[in-house]
Design a protein around this ligand. Structure first.
Ligand SMILES: [Zn+2]
Ligand SMILES: [Zn+2]
Length: 665
């Protein structure tokens, strides 16, 4: 007699299915529409191939394109396989390595055949065409379970040395899954955890595009051979792809590196990889942000401090960073090197210092000065903390990803009972700041206990519960990121959404009972005993560099008046108005407006174009008539209205009011 399995569906119904049946059979039993739409299955919470038979009774839900995040991840992974197959069809001798799904598509790393050289963008159209052929062939993606020795032998026989190396690192004895495109002996096959769609034909041949190629080291290590990485973007439909491509184009127009140059904000150069040279215009934005935030922090009960750049390695050993974070730290010997050989020579026994990669241990040193009573808690330290991290050159990106950066860092030392209140206060402050800076939309995520962790379940329950309570009482919706907390505590992440719908994680609040204990921070409790305070690492902007980069792209350089480096330019039409232009500029400057004059003997249209490109928000045009009538003709950046004639006094008063930072209005 055939064994029957009970398959429970999300609507609460149960289907009896004979042993050997698959989620696809269940879909077909429900209806042909679902059979066609189902991409994969969730069996007892695990995403699986729709053609993989049930192992026993199970809870089943079917994944369709409506489950967008899961469906995207699945199809992107499929496209990566199709890409690899297409490349090997077209370029025999190419070795395959890895090809994961990414946030907007997929990539695959190849080792091109010897002598061939890396792939280039010229190769992409032919590869795309071959991918479409593989999709059109609608070949099944077949899951097979092999043992390790067989997988290794297979890859050795096929000249796949990278795969053969990799498979030996998988635990011995565990079954390994291989995915084959087709049922035939010679069909393309890759080592893969899966899951995959039922066949290549489930992919939309018009919903992907290969975008670029780059170099990438085998397993990310510069000591290893350089591979050739091909990137693609992939979506569920052509419409989605087109929307994405428009968004990319818009993002390119807003690129902070391009706008930074047009507005003369900053530059980077090879002599200081990953550290920013701020120009006067860019530094004005920074100073405005810093001053604004300082006022907000003062009002929120923070004490600002400043801690050293160079700190002895002993402290980093104690804090644990020396062990875990060493390769990201710039280490400096505490000694003037001798230069006998023409290059610096360090004696072997010099004490080592490190440029701080974070401020936390330094804040604990300040906390530890004197004796703190429970009555003084919470202590809230803020620092515009300049940190250095040794990021590989390839990972750097404009001012968004740098090696020297300044965090709007802060650490709150509090008792366990103060956690909910401190979290609520932080959320309120962050909400205020994001609103002021033009980001009304942001998402909150709660990262919870990871598998590898310290602390009892009871402590974790309480910590996660307190953060949730604080979010609920603040009225914030949030999403849970299971397992993504730090090993010592849960954290909140704040992801803001910019003008073209991209999200950026900026704010964080991280609960940490561990570091105060490690570094011996204590307070005297009501009971007269010493206790370790709880430490909350928190930031609102993240870093000034990256946040200003985000602001530039969000506003496409058209900053609100209070942040704009040059707020107004007074431009003359004729030289007769030079004296009046000087007077207008002086009045604006006296009212606190950052203003310049443009008295050049150029056509007014030329001047308008130039100041528009430099994103000056206000252009005040003056000619003979304006001088006589004591008026100004105002053109606003990005406004369709032509120009507005205002009396000089009216204009000065209106712009001075508009230029006031949001917290002072
Ligand atoms: Zn795969
Ligand atoms: Zn910290």
């Amino acid at each position: 007699m055939t064994k029957m399995f009970k398959i429970a569906l999300p609507d609460g119904s149960v289907k009896e299915m004979p042993e050997g049946s698959t989620p696809a059979d269940v879909a077909a039993a429900i209806g042909p529409g679902l059979a066609k739409a189902a991409l994969a299955a969730k069996v007892d919470g695990e995403v699986r191939d729709i053609m993989r038979p049930f192992d026993g009774d199970a809870k089943l839900s079917l994944i369709t394109s409506r489950d967008e995040a899961e469906a995207l991840e699945l199809v992107r992974h499929d496209y990566a396989h199709v890409l690899a197959e297409a490349v090997q069809n077209l370029f025999p001798g190419t070795q395959i390595t890895f090809g994961p799904a990414t946030e907007d598509g997929f990539y695959y790393d190849f080792a091109p055949a010897p002598g061939r050289g890396p792939f280039t963008e010229e190769d992409l159209p032919a590869i795309e065409a071959e991918m479409r052929r593989v999709i059109a062939a609608d070949k099944p993606l077949v899951r097979e379970v092999w043992d390790r020795a067989r997988v290794r032998q297979f890859f050795i026989d096929h000249g796949e040395t990278f795969k053969a190396e990799w498979v030996m690192e998988l635990p011995e004895g565990e079954p390994i899954t291989m995915y084959k495109t087709g049922h035939g002996e010679a069909d393309w096959i890759d080592l893969c955890r899966g899951p995959h769609l039922a066949s290549t034909g489930k992919l939309d041949p018009n919903a992907f595009k290969l975008t670029r190629v780059s170099g990438a080291y085998w397993r990310g290590d510069p000591k290893n051979p350089m591979l050739s990485r091909i990137y693609g973007t992939a979506w569920l439909s052509k419409k989605q792809l087109d929307q994405y491509l428009v968004r990319l184009e818009e993002a390119a127009k807003r690129d902070h590196r391009k706008i930074g140059q047009e507005m003369d904000l900053f530059h980077l150069q090879a002599e200081a990889h990953g550290s920013v040279f701020w120009h006067p215009n860019g530094w004005i934005i920074w100073r405005q942000m810093e001053a604004y935030l300082r006022r907000r922090l003062d009002a929120a009960g923070y004490d600002e401090i400043k801690t050293p750049q160079l700190i002895d390695s002993k402290l980093w050993v104690q804090s644990g960073h020396w062990g875990k974070f060493r390769e990201n730290m710039f280490v400096v010997p505490d000694e003037v090197p001798s230069t006998e050989e023409g290059k610096p020579v360090i004696t072997g026994d010099a004490e080592l210092l490190a440029l701080k990669p974070m401020n936390c241990p330094a804040h604990i040193q300040v906390f530890k000065q004197g004796i703190t009573s429970y009555r003084e808690l919470p202590v809230r330290f803020a620092e515009y903390g300049c940190c250095h991290r040794n990021e590989p050159h390839g990972a750097l990106h404009g001012i968004m990803r740098v090696r020297q950066f300044t965090q709007d860092d802060g650490h709150i030392f509090c008792t366990r009972d103060q956690l909910v209140d401190e979290t609520k206060r932080f959320c309120a402050l962050l909400d205020l700041v994001y609103g002021d800076l033009g980001f009304a939309d942001y998402k909150v995520k709660l990262a919870t206990r990871p598998d590898q962790r310290i602390g009892s379940d009871e402590e974790w329950n309480r910590a996660e519960g307190d953060l949730e309570r604080a979010l609920k009482e603040t009225g914030l919706d949030y999403e849970v990121l299971p397992g993504e907390g730090a090993f010592y505590g849960p954290k909140l992440e704040f992801h803001l959404q910019d003008a073209i719908g991209r999200t950026w994680q900026c704010g964080t609040l991280q609960l940490d009972p561990n570091m105060p204990e490690r570094l011996g921070a204590v307070y005297v409790g009501e009971d007269g005993e010493k206790h370790h305070p709880l430490m909350l690492h928190r930031a609102i902007l993240g870093t000034f560099e990256r946040f200003i980069g985000i602001l530039i792209e969000h506003y496409a350089g058209k900053f609100p008046l209070w942040l704009a480096p040059v707020q107004a330019v007074v431009a003359t039409i004729v030289s007769d108005a030079d004296a009046y232009a000087g007077e207008v500029a002086a009045k604006l400057a006296a009212a606190g407006i950052r203003v310049e004059t443009d008295l050049r003997n150029e056509k007014i249209n030329y001047k308008v174009r130039e100041h528009s490109l430099a994103k000056v928000p206000l252009l005040l045009v003056v000619g003979k008539r304006e001088a006589e009538e004591r008026t100004v003709a105002v053109r606003r950046l990005g406004s369709d209205e032509h120009q507005k004639l205002m009396s000089l006094d009216e204009a000065v008063a209106a712009f001075a009011a508009e230029a006031v930072p949001p917290d002072l209005r």
